[in-house]
Design a protein around this ligand. Structure first.
Ligand code: NAD
Length: 492
């Protein structure tokens, strides 16, 4: 059985406490084992990251950027291997996994620009013969805790910028699909990264907490469910660490009366069912404004029925399984509960099995209309291929639905009316907003960041991370000597 090891100080460390199975969700077969790190391994990882911190911070920015460039080339070469690894452990299709590698590469591209982006400022004559400048220091040992649904991309939205800014990094990937993180550490080593600068430690909540609790850790980035994000934010900030933690979502897509329903149905089906609904920017609620929902439901029924569900490595598959048996059972139960709550079933493929993969954790595309707002299917993040369709009379009511929901990660509007679009842009309380774009994840040169219970902390990922991973210092200097005492407190 393949063992997925920790990566500490440039070496594989095949030790640990509990042995957890890593399972192919399409087959229910164990494909690897991963051991959880206890206090000893966590200490070794932080020791390594701390020992490497000073040397790495003193490494010239251009040298750091060159290593990230080399890593980029290696990741590009290993693209298919990494995508296959993601598909085997996560279940998403090879095409979707390749897309994840591409988005990850965009974040790496951003980090290669470190020397241009991590700049301070200088002003002359801010007082008599006085200059003022700001410089950006690395913060030190940074920790990244990432979710199962993007086993590569979320870590790549953290580590490359942190490293480019001169920090060392410990990555605790999800225990459900931990293989990609170790592959990344190996590629970074081949790119010339010194030992200890990037470390990978495996485990569940307990391991994450041991890492957070180490006082040598300076900054914690987390992506996962909102309950865990809030817990990590509280724990890390109570210890005086910087923290940025990103949580769950319930993204609404508003369909205005002038939208082209063919286009909307294609976009909705892709955004709701792609990756089996396991994206933080998946659309899980469609809000039809000022018209009957029947035409859209007819379109959606045909799209949902046509989705080809199978293992992610079977050619022609649109949608793979969900990540675990537990997720499969939870999603099926929420669909059953919604029906009991009075929802109208438009398509229900939630209990469907896939020939040849009967033991796989499949949940087919499902569309529910008239879901009561109190139902768990509307209130909670389902994180499965289940689309709730609601109907309201006005755009105000649609925006109000979003306003009243606890999550505010993403949201979008489909319309050809500029006035409606710009009102939605101004008023919808979400962090990532789309106009005729169903999954509006911004490019890496902007930031990934939600609002409300989708985020705790105030800096986003990607471009916004430069400020998170650097500490400013403000220097006031004078080189002309002055004589004479002055006991007042005056402007410079
Ligand atoms: P999860 O919260 O179960 O786990 C995320 C990571 O945190 C894992 O590495 C896990 O081991 C660890 N963990 C779990 N509980 C913890 C705790 N209390 N303290 C410290 N660490 C803990 O999430 P998941 O099921 O792996 O991922 C799916 C969730 O991630 C969804 O809610 C999805 O919306 C969210 N997500 C959000 C974004 C975003 O940008 N906002 C992006 C991707 C995924």
């Amino acid at each position: 059985m393949r063992s997925i090891s920790h990566w500490i100080n440039g070496e594989l460390v095949d030790e640990g406490d509990e042995a957890l199975p890593v399972v192919n969700p399409a087959t229910d077969q164990q494909i690897a084992v991963v051991r959880t790190a206890g206090p000893g391994i966590v200490r070794r990882a932080v020791d390594a990251a701390e020992a490497a911190a000073e040397g790495w911070a003193r490494t010239p920015q251009s040298k750091r950027a060159q290593m990230i460039f080399r890593f980029r080339e290696l990741l590009l070469e290993a693209r298919e291997e990494v995508a296959a690894l993601i598909t085997a452990e996560h279940g998403k299709t090879l095409d979707d996994a390749a897309g994840e590698v591409s988005r990850a590469l965009e974040s790496v591209d951003l980090a290669t620009g470190g020397p241009a982006l991590a700049q301070g400022a200088t002003s002359q004559q801010t007082g008599p013969d006085i200059d003022t400048k700001s410089v950006l220091h690395p913060v030190g040992v940074c920790l990244g805790i990432t979710p199962f649904n993007f086993p590569l991309m979320m870590g790549m939205m953290m580590a490359p910028v942190a490293l480019a800014a001169g920090n060392t990094f410990i990555w605790k990937p999800s225990e459900q699909d931990p293989g990609a993180a170790v592959k990344i550490a190996e590629l970074f080593q081949r790119a010339g990264l010194p030992d200890g600068v990037l470390n990978v430690v495996h485990g569940r909540q307990e391991t994450a907490e041991l890492l957070i609790d180490d006082p040598r850790v300076q900054a914690v980035s987390f992506v996962g469910s909102s309950a865990a994000a809030q817990a990590v934010y509280s724990r890390a900030s109570a210890l005086g660490h910087r923290a940025q933690t990103f949580g769950g979502a319930k993204n609404h897509l508003v369909v205005m009366p002038d939208a082209d329903l063919d286009v909307v149905a294609d976009q909705l089906a892709s955004a709701a069912f792609g990756a089996a609904g396991q994206r933080c920017m998946a659309v899980s609620v469609a809000v039809v404004v000022g018209q009957s929902d029947q035409r859209l439901l007819d379109h959606l029924r045909s799209r949902a029925t046509a989705v080809r569900m199978s293992a992610g490595d079977v050619p022609g598959t649109d949608v793979g399984p969900v990540v675990s048996r537990q997720a499969q059972e939870r999603i099926r139960l929420i669909v059953k509960e919604a029906t009991a709550d009075g929802a109208r079933v438009v398509v229900d493929r939630s209990a469907e099995t896939v020939p040849g993969y009967e033991s796989g954790y499949f949940v087919g595309p499902t569309v529910l209309a008239d879901v009561p707002l109190t139902s768990r299917a509307y209130q909670e993040e389902i994180f499965g291929p289940v689309l709730v369709v609601l109907r309201v009379d006005t755009l105000d009511e649609a925006i109000d639905l979003i306003r009243r929901h606890r999550y505010g990660n993403g949201g979008s509007i489909f319309t050809s009316n500029g006035a409606a679009a710009s009102r939605f842009e101004r008023e919808a309380p979400v962090g990532m907003l789309g106009v005729n774009v169903a999954i509006p994840v911004p490019v890496a040169s902007y930031a990934v960041q939600g609002w409300k219970a989708s985020v705790f902390g105030d800096t986003g990922l990607n471009n916004a991370s430069w400020s998170f991973y650097t500490r400013p210092k403000y220097i006031t200097s004078r080189w002309e000597s002055t004589v004479g005492t002055d006991f007042g407190f005056r402007p410079n």
